[in-house]
Design a protein around this ligand. Structure first.
Ligand SMILES: *Cc1c(COP(=O)(O)O)cnc(C)c1O
Length: 258
């Protein structure tokens, strides 16, 4: 975000084209070889679930293969696990099965887990010591973090298994919107995001969001041309049914007659 890696760490980010939020080992080999002379690769960052792909989950064996390739290339792996617990619940695997593959893992508590703020970094003792110093250096230290940690502990006890409800509601939402004729890929809904490809309807994302907000539903942005409708612990079954009515109603008005 905002060029932070370049400014703070002298890192240039190379985004790779994905399929459902995943990359293949060959892509990694290729980009590492191609950038060798100018910007030698120093770290691989993967994301599970993958946000912009629509909250997609990595199959464990695929992640294992990409991580093994990174190791072969001598590169450490950071797992952006902002929504790792969604991946764990959706796949039925313990989050640690994914996390143990990486050198460092971040988990965000302020999204599906429902905390007002907070995230954690996990890694080996040595790396955490290093990160601890970096946190002060970057201005990210918070001395009164106990109250934040308390909400995270509460969330770990009470808000993990229930992520399955968010996933089921997203599924219902996707089916309802698809039944209403909206361009929604129901099979792509693995966790709590539903993508609505408003671009394919000839509607601008900002316009779509404003029209849907007028109907009382707040939706976000997934990727260019695609709206993100997300479920979380503040969204009930009734809300989902309301959204299934409201979103098509809002968008039908935006489509120019042929
Ligand atoms: C939100 C988000 C982050 C940052 O999480 P914080 O808890 O705000 O630090 C990182 N990665 C992804 C994919 C996110 O969605």
């Amino acid at each position: 975000e905002a060029g932070g890696p370049a400014v703070h760490s002298g890192l240039v980010m190379h985004g790779l084209p994905d399929v459902a939020g995943r990359i293949a080992p060959e892509q990694l080999r290729h980009v590492v070889a191609a950038s060798e002379d100018v910007e030698p690769a120093s770290v691989v960052v993967l994301e599970n679930t993958h946000r912009s792909a629509g909250g997609r989950v990595w199959p464990l064996d695929e992640l294992e293969r990409v991580v093994a390739t990174a190791r072969e290339l001598g590169l450490p792996v950071h797992l952006d696990g902002a929504r790792l617990l969604n991946a764990a619940v959706a796949s039925g695997l313990p989050a640690a099965e994914y996390g143990r593959l990486a050198d460092t893992v971040t988990v965000c508590f302020s999204k599906g887990l429902g905390c007002p703020l907070g995230a954690v970094l996990a890694g080996s003792r040595e790396r955490i010591e290093e990160a601890w110093k970096g946190k002060f250096l970057f201005g990210g230290a918070m001395r009164q973090a106990g109250i934040v940690a308390a909400t995270a502990l509460y969330a770990l006890d009470h808000h993990v298994d229930r992520l399955a409800e968010d996933h089921a509601r997203a599924r219902r939402l996707a089916e309802g919107l698809a039944d209403a004729g909206l361009p929604v890929d129901v099979d792509a809904v693995e966790t709590n995001f539903v993508g609505v490809d408003v671009d394919s309807m000839g509607i601008d994302v900002a316009d779509a969001r404003a029209r849907i907000a007028d109907e009382g539903v707040l939706v976000g942005f997934l990727r260019p041309g695609v709206l993100r409708v997300a479920t979380y612990l503040g969204i009930t079954d009734e809300d989902v049914e309301r959204a299934i009515e409201a979103i098509p109603r809002a968008l039908v008005g935006a489509v120019a007659p042929a």
